[in-house]
Design a binder for this molecule. Structure first.
Ligand SMILES: Cc1cc2nc3c(=O)[nH]c(=O)nc-3n(C[C@H](O)[C@H](O)[C@H](O)COP(=O)(O)OP(=O)(O)OC[C@H]3O[C@@H](n4cnc5c(N)ncnc54)[C@H](O)[C@@H]3O)c2cc1C
Length: 469
């Protein structure tokens, strides 16, 4: 037996206790903390094991992306978990995309109709801390410095490693939920026992984060209430505001070609790229060279699984089940929506295996749809937001949304401001895009359209959108 193995954790969990309403969650990141809270509120006893230390004690240890766009699906879950108000105290409103053209011009493209349809920039570390506080107050038992290493699914024993001293700790479980992110250790353990049909598609593009500090007087140096984009064809930069009046800039580049992470290799290369392509951003990033050289380069990929659960013994949620590229700003929002769905199925179904199967049946097609939309959005953000045909289609889309609010809801709005299933948004989005292309073909302005024909086409081709669609 491994001399560092401590069996003293066995028995601390539920197995000695009589009923089955106990669950063990792996990962106290975004989904883990929200799911734990939702389940405790429903009377479950929940233990959460997290490989990192407690970010409330030792500061947030970083990880993927410094800030995130929070939208309606995510906020709905946060409201149910009683976390929305606390999270929103740290959030910065983003009304639309501020497009920065190569010649220095800018253009704000609103996301929604008005300030009721916006997205919110939140700091990952702050968000995680707020969610952990709420989970703990609700009665969740959090165990930090416990990285899942191995699972014996027959004995229902999970083994964790303490990264501080390498010691091993065994914990008995009834059932495991993997909220341990894209590199999920639980998924790896499940795969040893059952074929999940896993495949990962790399995007072939990666990202690097850079920082815009506050202006000399402490204010935001550029428009705070926008998601800034510098679209440049095969690559782009974006910047999201933080509540301490900084912006986090993310540079997305291909891995190969010119420019790419193969040709932009150091701070001097990055400066030359910014001088040429992002000239108005350059003076805002005083530590460009240092940020570029010291910050890691993040890989982007989509993870597809055909199965998310192993009978009643384990299920995956969030990135562990369906990591996606970040271009729709929905990975976390989708993960939070998973949490609500799983909690509801656990309430509604007679046993864990049925709940996990029902959860997978509901969520897998929706995850596939948002994964596809996230990939499509990359093309749109980096290549189309400054294209004339696209801008005319967008203008018509806005008009149709005003004239026929029940029939024509822009896809971005369905995904971001509503909670219609992602699969519905994807399919209707496809039909709507076809219509926009048809109606604007041969036109350079909306003034030349025959509005009777346009209105008739909308009613003939699109049924009213039901929120429960
Ligand atoms: C560049 C970038 C930008 C993004 N922007 C957005 C955005 O604007 N909006 C949006 O909605 N989403 C965005 N996302 C996606 C979002 O980050 C993820 O979808 C979200 O973090 C998923 O949450 P999660 O809880 O499933 O996983 P994670 O947040 O990755 O949490 C996993 C947790 O599990 C822990 N863990 C890992 N392994 C183990 C182990 N073996 N044992 C125990 N614990 C473990 C980790 O330490 C972590 O705390 C972005 C992602 C990237 C990369």
């Amino acid at each position: 037996m491994d001399p560092r193995l401590r069996g003293d954790d066995i028995g601390k969990s539920n197995v000695t206790e009589p009923h089955n309403r106990h669950i063990t969650i792996i990962g106290a990141g975004l989904a883990g903390a929200v799911l734990a809270t939702l389940l405790v509120q429903r009377g479950w006893r929940v233990d959460v094991y997290e490989k990192r230390g407690d970010p409330r004690v030792q500061g947030y240890g970083g990880g993927r992306s410094i800030n995130l766009a929070l939208a309606e699906r995510g906020r709905h879950a946060l409201r149910l978990a009683g976390a929305d108000e606390s999270v929103m105290r740290h959030a910065v409103m983003m009304r639309g995309r501020m497009v920065h053209f190569l010649d220095g011009r800018t253009d704000l493209q609103r996301y929604g109709r008005d300030d009721s349809e916006v997205i919110w920039s939140v700091h990952r570390g702050e968000l995680n801390v707020v969610l952990l506080d709420i989970a703990e107050r609700a009665g969740v038992r959090l165990h930090f410095d416990r990285g899942l290493r191995d699972v014996d699914f027959d004995a229902r024993i999970a083994t964790f490693t303490d990264p501080r001293d390498g010691s091993a700790h065994q914990v008995a479980f009834e059932s495991l939920v993997g909220a341990d992110g894209a590199g999920s250790s639980l998924r790896a353990a499940m795969t040893k026992r059952t074929d999940l049909g896993e495949r990962t598609e790399l995007l072939g593009h990666s990202y690097k984060e850079l920082e815009i500090p506050p202006a000399a007087d402490g204010s935001f140096p550029i428009e705070p209430n926008a998601l800034h984009i510098w679209p440049r064809g095969r690559y782009m930069c974006i910047a999201l505001p933080n509540d301490e009046r900084t912006f986090t800039v993310t540079l997305f580049l291909p891995n190969e070609g010119n420019p790419s992470f193969a040709t932009i290799r150091n701070g001097a290369d990055a400066r030359a790229l910014f001088e040429r392509d992002f000239a108005d951003a350059l003076p805002l990033i005083p530590d460009l060279e240092r940020d570029f050289e010291q910050n890691p380069t993040g890989l982007l990929a989509t993870l597809y699984l055909d199965r998310w659960h192993f009978d009643d013994r384990a299920v995956l949620v969030g990135d562990a089940a369906h990591a996606m590229v970040p271009f729709h700003g929905q990975g976390m929002n989708c993960a939070f929506e998973d949490c609500v769905a799983l909690a509801e199925h656990l309430d509604a179904q007679p046993d864990l295996a049925s709940a996990y199967a029902a959860f997978q049946a509901e969520r897998l097609p929706n995850a596939r749809a948002i994964q596809a939309m996230a990939l499509e959005n990359y093309l749109e953000m980096r290549d189309r937001v400054d294209d004339d045909d696209y801008l005319l289609q967008r203008a018509l889309e806005r008009k149709l949304a005003e004239r026929h609010p029940a029939h024509f809801v822009p896809r971005y709005s369905m995904v971001t401001f509503q909670r219609v299933p992602y699969a519905t948004a994807y399919e209707r989005g496809r039909q709507q895009r076809e219509l926009l292309i048809e109606l604007t073909r041969g036109h350079h302005s909306l003034d030349t359209l025959d509005w009777h024909a346009v209105d008739a086409a909308v009613h003939a081709r699109l049924s009213p959108l039901s929120v429960d669609a």
